[in-house]
Design a protein. Structure first.
Length: 143
């Protein structure tokens, strides 16, 4: 008859401390590596199609910007409008509007120049992808 204690005496089901720690370490390492990902992964694409109105000129503050349909439209100086894919090239997180001429990714603090999208610092290995735009009256249109 099985008395319940027999299971505890059966060593086939017991893990050694080494096996347990090795397994836990492997699971932890796999989780860490999957969270880091690879650089320059193209996780996102700007959604606005060519010809789409992205914003009105009055909606984009001088020295600032706005994100519309995955496109960051900025006005680095009065009357000059440029646009970038709002997806950080590091891991695909959406960047925010520039502050003091710097665009920052909230995930890992990669920074980019608002004037040309160039990488300034952080884990991203390249700048933001430029998107051509044109101004027609008060509309900023994806070219």
């Amino acid at each position: 008859m099985y008395d319940g204690q027999e299971f505890l005496r059966d060593n086939r089901w017991c893990l050694s401390r080494r096996a347990l720690l090795t397994g836990a370490g492997a699971v932890g390492a796999a989780g860490l590596l999957s969270a880091c990902g690879a650089d320059d992964s193209p996780n996102g694409q700007a959604a606005a199609a060519p010809g789409a109105v992205l914003a009105r000129t009055g909606d984009v503050p001088v020295g600032g910007g706005t994100v519309v349909d995955g496109v960051l439209v900025v006005q680095p100086e009065a009357g000059t409008f440029t646009a970038y894919d709002a997806t950080c090239p590091h891991q695909g997180v959406r960047v925010g509007a520039p502050r003091d001429g710097v665009i920052t990714c909230p995930a890992h603090n990669s920074t980019f120049a608002a004037g040309d999208g160039a990488r300034l610092g952080g884990p991203a290995t390249r700048g933001l992808t430029a998107i051509p735009v044109r101004v027609d009256g008060t509309n900023i249109i994806r070219a």
